[in-house]
Design a protein around this ligand. Structure first.
Ligand SMILES: [Zn+2]
Length: 430
């Protein structure tokens, strides 16, 4: 996935932005008499980098001033700037080319009410200045971030404990398994979102995050039409959702199936590789291509500017026991069923079933697959994936696969404990 090219064009609503400890923080209040409503979103209309490999400045033109918070992250070196209420109305090429200390930057919705700019750095830096200039003399308000090169030791001292701005969590919601509703919960996970665009086909203006959201919504609607399932989405709009949060959503709702939707992209040297692939979780990747893809998909939190050093231990962790093996059996069964059904509606990759260490598939108690619908880098795949006819056929095939999967489990559902992990005898795949 060409994720480095993938951050662009995001429409963002934002609200509160918490101050971040330790580092440069500058506040500016909306100008008195500003013609724009104080509570409306600011609009970023242009952005540019200036300077060299010793000192680099990012300037972003804004319709009005906003408060900002800025902090640094290590490994890889990044500068994160948080702002509220911002719509990024920038050229589609903005952020793709670096200059000086900045190799690239991206921007977009980070969480409801929060927008974020993340700069990738090619050296450790100090945030020398970070402020917003009030509009004056017909000039727009300007967000200015000045970065100065430093050494790694000095950099690491300043990385100390920023107040983490964890995106709005569903954590607050307790596990709710609707009383009296025996229909299985199926969590549909449209990959990426917000500041993380996923793969991009710049020539065709297609982003993975938009494509998979559209297909996820189609799938949800078709599952609802059957009346037999309770589909839930990990995101329903252009919002970034952390990988761990997607997993927790499935666990908190007692999901019986988790389907993560993606579309891959390869560089031109890989030729016209195309077709759909279905991935399940494994400790060792089934091949180098699967490893590359898992590495790429697992970068989502880093792309969004999360501090991964504080990430909790692997959700799988020591739960690598019988329950997890059972879950993996169910995942593999569903993957085969899905490949069989979708194979009639869509072209599959030459080896359509693969496995690797995808973070988003690590719920130990929820059978999970990651469905790469095709390649944004393939013109033919792209034409298919963006056509309503193909989208309808594939989502219908996915519903058929889900029906077949649960139908095969029916005899087991009279077992006293109706969780996938507990349901199956050790040899008991249908
Ligand atoms: Zn993806």
């Amino acid at each position: 996935m060409m994720w480095r090219e993938g951050w662009r064009r995001a429409t963002v609503h934002a609200g509160f932005c918490a101050a971040v400890a330790g580092l440069v923080l500058s506040l500016a209040l909306a100008a008195p008499g500003s013609v724009q409503a104080a509570d409306g979103p600011a609009v970023a209309t242009d952005a540019r980098l200036a300077g060299d490999s010793e000192r680099t400045r990012l300037v972003m033109d804004l319709s009005r001033s906003v408060p900002l918070g800025a902090f640094t992250l290590a490994d890889p070196y990044r500068v994160v700037v948080d702002v509220p209420d911002t719509i990024f109305s920038l050229p589609s090429s903005a952020g793709q080319d670096g200059r000086g200390l900045v190799s690239a930057y991206r921007f977009g919705l980070f969480a409801p009410g929060k927008a974020r700019i993340v700069m990738d750095l090619n050296a450790p830096v100090t945030i020398d200045k970070a402020f917003v200039l009030e509009p004056m003399d017909g000039q727009p308000a300007r967000l200015v971030i000045d970065l100065v090169k430093t050494d790694r030791v000095s950099f690491l001292k300043t990385v100390a404990a920023p107040v983490r701005q964890v995106p709005q969590a569903v954590d607050a919601a307790p596990v709710i398994i609707s009383a009296g509703d025996p229909r299985p919960v199926i969590v549909i996970d449209p990959g990426h979102g917000g500041i993380d665009s996923g793969a991009v086909n710049p020539a065709m203006g297609v982003t993975e995050k938009e494509l998979v959201l559209k297909i996820a919504m189609l799938l949800r609607d078709k599952l609802n039409e059957t009346g037999r399932y309770r589909p839930l989405m990990t995101r329903e709009d252009d919002t970034y959702v952390a990988l761990g949060q997607r997993v927790r959503t499935a666990q908190q709702h007692g999901a019986r199936l988790f389907i993560s939707l993606h579309a891959d992209s390869l560089g031109s040297r890989d030729g016209d590789v195309r077709g759909a692939t279905i991935y399940t979780l494994s400790d060792r990747a089934s091949d180098a291509e699967a490893q590359r893809l898992a590495d790429s998909e697992n970068k989502a939190d880093m792309i969004a500017g999360l501090d991964l050093s504080e990430e909790p231990a692997d959700v799988a962790g020591i739960l690598f026991d019988l329950a997890q093996r059972e879950t993996r059996n169910f995942s593999a069964h569903f993957a085969r069923t899905l490949a069989g059904n979708v194979g009639e509606a869509a072209r599959m990759h030459k080896s359509p079933l693969k496995s690797a260490g995808f973070k988003v598939l690590k719920a130990p108690d929820v059978p999970s697959v990651l469905f790469e619908l095709g390649y944004l880098s393939s013109r033919r795949d792209l034409e298919l994936m963006t056509s309503e006819d193909w989208q309808a056929k594939v989502t219908t095939a996915m519903v058929a696969a889900i029906e077949a999967y649960f139908a095969a489990q029916k005899p087991l559902e009279s077992a006293p404990v109706a969780t996938p992990a507990a349901m199956a005898p050790t040899t008991g795949l249908p």
